[in-house]
Design a protein around this ligand. Structure first.
Ligand code: S3P
Length: 451
């Protein structure tokens, strides 16, 4: 399936009796977006090997090009490599902190929340006006969480009742640093403030109630930005000091833990599975699902642990020969599994006992309302799942049956339903399955290759 296509596609998923092989899931979206944005304001040329190519990252690259950044995309011609498409690289000609050009049109962020929120931080410190806009889906997502702190820093932002489009006014002078305890634990909010902090006088300090993904901090540190992190008063704090310029970087993007997660759960619930997941990003702020699966009784072998750039990476081998059992997930573990909660719900349908997920209100404001909509779709496959005020509860194990379900325009919903359909007793049709192109255009081909 070509990403960027507006064709609506339905996908048939047949039940399977085993899953075999090895897979390198597509590269990490969060890291690719950050590398594209930060590479664009570095002082020189950055090289991003194996960037993720999907709808979200294409939108991010397009925005940076509109701001005057030259981004070359070299695709490998090595046809012998099974991962030849992954041998591509972005060569980003950074324009320095103050070298971006005024865009002649709106910066269209597609459906990429990370592009819109992080870019807003970066744009808030520029001397020119710009408008950030996005798809109908992105226009519904909450933006006040970033516009409020950015305004406290002195940014001039007009948001349409808290949503995109965002009109950001050019500033003749610097922003000012703030000390901000964020009301929601969100890496996008934290990163927007840190990127604005690059254009602020004084220190920029952020405190979050749970430690969210720290790819921005790791990348900024590599680029020479002085950063301190500590824990106090029940919060995780990060402080950034002024830096006159950013060093360019070279990095290889690991496979996205959140994309590999669909296969982790498939390996745990499909019998007779031997599956090796390669090059998986193992940043501890992202790997909550591994802890959850272990607590549920899965066996996880972590091999070939290494550091790529500033990020830990490993190969994983997962199975659950004795089945899974239900558990409770809350607090820090919920934050560290936030994007994996839909696929965790699928695992829970096959686990013995009750699985309760708490502190997951944020699921209501993802690409779809994952508490109401996703739960209803999983129900259609026979799952015994109910939304609660701040999460969901699953009673298992339940035999699933095939049905016609809807991807709800949400990549993680469509991929989670596909994994559930693997263990159903009859075929399932997923309507609008093309939405996987947001992060994982080749998902259904990869799945077919392992069955
Ligand atoms: C992301 C942060 C998370 C996550 C999203 C990607 C990022 O969102 O759910 O898929 O790249 O920073 P929030 O910051 O809204 O929690």
């Amino acid at each position: 399936m070509a990403h960027g296509s507006s064709l609506k596609m339905d996908q048939l998923i047949n039940p399977i009796s085993q899953l075999k092989g090895q897979l390198r899931a597509p590269s990490d979206r969060s890291i690719t977006v950050r590398a594209t944005l930060l590479g664009g304001i570095a002082d020189g040329i950055s090289v991003v090997r194996m960037p993720l190519r999907c709808d979200d990252t294409d939108a991010c690259v397009d925005c940076m090009r509109r701001l005057g950044v030259k981004i070359e995309n070299e695709e490998s011609s090595d046809t012998n490599s099974p991962f030849s498409i992954l041998n591509s690289k972005f060569i980003i000609h950074g324009r320095g902190l103050h070298g971006l050009q005024a865009p002649t049109e709106r910066l269209f962020c597609g459906s990429s929340g990370a592009t819109m929120r992080l870019l807003s931080g970066l744009i808030s410190g520029q001397a020119f006006n710009s408008v950030l806009d996005g798809s109908a889906q992105l226009r519904k997502r909450p933006m006040r969480r970033i516009t409020e702190p950015l305004r406290l820093m002195g940014a001039e932002i007009d948001d349409a009742a808290g949503c995109a489009p965002l009109e950001i006014g050019g500033r003749p002078t610097s922003l000012k640093g703030i000390s901000y305890p964020t009301p929601v634990a969100s890496a996008q909010v934290k990163s927007a403030i840190l990127l604005a902090g690059l254009y602020a006088e004084g220190e920029t300090i952020i405190g979050e109630t749970a430690k969210t993904r720290d790819h921005t901090e790791r990348m900024l540190a590599t680029m020479g930005v002085p950063l301190e992190e500590w824990q106090a008063d029940g919060r995780y704090w990060a402080k950034m000091r002024f830096t006159p310029s950013l060093k360019p970087f070279e990095l290889t993007v690991p496979a996205d833990f959140s994309s590999a997660a669909f296969f982790m759960v498939a390996a745990a619930i499909v019998p007779n599975t031997t599956l090796m997941l390669l090059d998986v990003g193992m940043n501890p702020t992202r790997t909550g699902l591994l802890d959850v699966l272990r607590l549920m009784g899965a066996q996880i072998a972590i091999r070939n642990e290494r550091i790529e750039g500033a990020e830990p990476v490993a190969d994983l081998d997962i199975c659950a020969p004795h089945g899974l059992k239900g558990i409770e997930v809350h607090g820090e573990l919920t934050a560290r599994s936030i994007d994996e909660l839909p696929i965790l719900a699928v695992a829970a349908t096959q686990a013995h006992g009750t699985t309760l997920v708490r502190n997951a209100e944020e699921l209501r404001v993802k690409e779809s309302n994952r508490l109401e909509g996703f739960v209803a779709e999983l129900h259609k496959l026979g799952a015994n799942i109910e939304p609660t005020t701040d999460g969901f509860v699953v009673y298992g194990p339940t035999p699933l049956h095939g049905a016609v379900v809807d991807g709800l325009g949400d990549h993680r919903v469509a991929m989670s339903l596909a994994v559930a359909a693997l263990v159903a007793n009859s075929p399932t049709t997923i309507l609008g399955a093309d939405c996987v192109s947001k992060t994982y255009p080749g998902f259904f081909d990869d799945l077919a290759g392992l069955c």
